[in-house]
Ligand binder design. Structure first.
Ligand SMILES: O=C(O)c1ccccc1N[C@@H]1O[C@H](COP(=O)(O)O)[C@@H](O)[C@H]1O
Length: 235
């Protein structure tokens, strides 16, 4: 069971989050109040390397990305995975693999729709990603957010998770869950579902800034639910 803490915006915040021992940290390149530039991220990573801090697997987060928007990150930043939200065109997954050695994480947006619509949505999503599947390393479920594509702090109806788990397993892809997680609801998510990983941003913040006490409690609760699966895409 892996845990990603997303939305680092400063050196001090990144240092504090890393001290809580997450498996992945995320930097948001999408338009968001958490948006950071590739140069800022690289300067944070360089400084931590100079301090000999052990840096976890790093993920860059995009929404509605096109290849032009990826180029500055691929050129000047050493994040190890790119996470795509709200991408209409999935050719971008193959393009990343042809042009870098970065992992590709694809987010599937979950709307809180009724059961019949949900089955249509599920089929549509997996038909759409079939062609790009060879280039995708990991699937992430997040609450559909029509405005910025993710990071809304809202929970989706978790009872759809097993349907996505079985499709992800058929494709041999790990499945992570995000969307409105926090120290108060993570225990109930993990008691109900055996996941490969979880991802959080808003729920470990106070007044829009990462709150190390919440980060530490969240990660501690995830660690209580450690499973034995080990073959996950940590570079
Ligand atoms: O965090 C953001 O600002 C963001 C912006 C645009 C797309 C994705 C974003 N973050 C990702 O959203 C999910 C859920 O976050 P939350 O815990 O509900 O706030 C997570 O995967 C973040 O990486």
């Amino acid at each position: 069971m892996n845990v990603k803490i997303c939305g680092m915006t400063s050196l001090e915040m990144t240092r504090g989050v890393i001290a809580c021992n997450p498996d992945h940290i995320g930097f948001v390149f999408a338009k968001s109040r958490r948006q950071v530039s590739p140069d800022t991220v690289q300067s944070i990573l360089n400084q931590l390397e100079n301090e000999q801090v052990h840096i976890p697997h790093t993920v860059g987060v995009f929404a509605n990305a096109d290849t032009e928007s990826l180029k500055p990150v691929m050129k000047s930043c050493t994040v190890q995975a790119l996470q795509f939200h709200a991408n209409e065109q999935l050719d971008i997954c193959g393009w990343v693999k042809e042009n870098s050695n970065m992992d590709v994480w694809l987010t599937l947006p979950i709307s809180n729709v009724g059961k019949i619509d949900f089955e249509d949505e599920l089929n549509h999503q997996f038909e759409r990603l079939a062609k790009a599947a060879p280039y995708i390393d990991l699937l992430l479920l997040d609450t559909h957010d029509p405005v910025q594509g993710g990071g809304s702090g809202k929970v989706f109806q978790w009872d759809v998770i097993p349907f996505y788990q079985s499709r992800a397993q058929q494709l041999g892809m790990p499945l992570y869950v995000a969307g409105g997680l926090n120290p108060g609801n993570i225990g109930s998510l993990l008691s109900g579902y055996e996941l490969d990983g979880v991802d959080v941003s808003s729920g470990v913040e106070t007044d829009g800034i990462k709150d190390m006490s919440k980060v530490d409690t969240f990660i501690g609760r995830v660690r209580q639910h450690v499973h034995t699966r080990t073959s996950l895409p940590l570079s």
